[in-house]
Design a protein around this ligand. Sequence first.
Ligand SMILES: Nc1ncnc2c1ncn2[C@@H]1O[C@H](COP(=O)(O)OP(=O)(O)O)[C@@H](O)[C@H]1O
Ligand SMILES: [Mg+2]
Length: 214
Amino acid sequence: MVDEQALLRGLKRRSLALVGVPKWYWGRTLESIPTENPSVAEMRRALTKYLEARQWTTGKGLYIFGDSECYKTYGVCALAQAIIHASLETSVRFVRWFELLDLAGRKEDDHAYWVMETLRGCDVLIVDDVGSEPVTAREQAYVQRTLFRLVDQRGSDVKATIYTSNFDLDHLSALLDAVRAMDEGDEEMARPIPKIANRIRRTCAEIGVWEVRP
Ligand SMILES: Nc1ncnc2c1ncn2[C@@H]1O[C@H](COP(=O)(O)OP(=O)(O)O)[C@@H](O)[C@H]1O
Ligand SMILES: [Mg+2]
C-alpha cells in the first residue's frame, strides 16, 4: 500500500530540488527568520508584504543587498517556498550567481541554452549572491549580453526577478557594466554593452540588510 504522507513528502522534496532551492533552506519560513537585528526584521517585513500583495504577479522584483549572514538567502528561499505554497501554478526557479555565469558563458551548448530558456521563462526567478564572482575577461562581452538578455526579457515579459547580493546596485554596476577593452576582430563585441544594473534598478525594490546598522 502506498503511504500517501511519505509520497507527498517525497514529491515536495523533489519539487524543491527541481526549483533549485539549496537543501539547508528547505522548509524554512518567513516567520522563522529571527528578528533581533532590526535590519533583518525590516527585510522580513518587506518579504512578507511582497508575499501578501502577490507582487510577483506585477513583474516587480526585489534586490536584497548587504552584509553576509543576514538571512538574505534564507529569506528568499523562504519566500520561494511561500510563493509555491500560495500559488502552485507559479513556476519558481532558484539559481546561484556562479551557476548563472557558467550557463551564460557556454556558447553553442544545447543543455545550457535549454536551462537558460527555463530561467528566462519561469514566473519568479531568484538569483542568489549576484556579483560574488567576477565576469572574467575572457568571453566577458558574451556573458554580459546573455545576462542582459535574461534580465531584459524577463522585464518585458512582466516576470519577477529577485536578487541577493553583498553589493548595492552602484557597486554591482561597476562590477558588471565596467567598460571592457574591445576584443579585436569580434564584430559582436564591437556593439556597446547594455547596462544590466540599470535594468535591475528599473524593476526591483531595493532592500538593505546590515549586521550593525550603518
Ligand atoms: N548550511 C548551513 N548550516 C548551518 N547554518 C547555516 C547554513 N547556511 C546558512 N546558515 C546560517 O543561517 C543564517 C542565515 O544565512 P544566509 O541566509 O545564508 O545568510 P546570507 O545569505 O545573508 O549571507 C546564518 O546565521 C548562517 O550562518
Ligand atoms: Mg547568501
